[in-house]
Design a protein around this ligand. Structure first.
Ligand SMILES: [Zn+2]
Ligand SMILES: [Zn+2]
Length: 163
């Protein structure tokens, strides 16, 4: 779905379920390890969606992901996927499923993963991470593993559009 629409949906749901009044804000991230996150970043609380994943997935899934994350926000993020979290999430109209955790076995059936256009490669420790959008030429990333500056490597045939 379109990013703008996902953001509108997120903000609406967060208002409806009382998060906005409690200081929660919405933002996108560029991670691909999970579709959504409820996170506390130096005392600021955020519901996040992965922009590259949002762009290739259907609205029903993103809606359910948001309810999942709002459930975490209401329950307290440290409780993870406990039974109280699940009942809160269901009371909001969510499925209470964890299928968008991309690492879980049923993720493949539900979530479409974006294709990268290349990789950041660390020549020091050989860590690599997928590139999903062409970063600005001067952007530099340091390795998550050893903190060396990573080299960018684009695939020969870049995937420039997402379905
Ligand atoms: Zn979760
Ligand atoms: Zn490294």
């Amino acid at each position: 779905m379109k990013a703008e629409k996902a953001e509108r949906m997120a903000v609406q749901l967060m208002k409806r379920h009382g998060l906005t009044d409690k200081g929660w804000a919405f933002r996108f991230n560029f991670r691909i390890g999970s579709v959504g996150r409820a996170t506390n970043d130096n005392g600021k609380k955020f519901i996040e969606l992965s922009l590259p994943i949002v762009e290739v997935n259907r609205e029903e899934i993103i809606n359910d992901v948001l309810l999942h994350e709002i459930g975490h926000a209401k329950r307290g993020i440290w409780h993870k996927h406990d039974s109280k979290w699940r009942s809160i999430t269901k009371s909001l109209g969510g499925s209470g499923m964890e299928f968008w955790d991309v690492s879980s076995s049923c993720a493949a059936k539900s979530i479409v993963m974006p294709k990268g256009i290349g990789q950041w490669v660390c020549d020091n420790c050989s860590w690599s991470s997928e590139i999903y959008r062409r970063p600005k030429p001067r952007v530099r990333y340091s390795c998550r593993n050893c903190h060396s500056i990573m080299r960018r490597h684009y695939y020969p045939k870049p995937h420039t559009t997402y379905k």
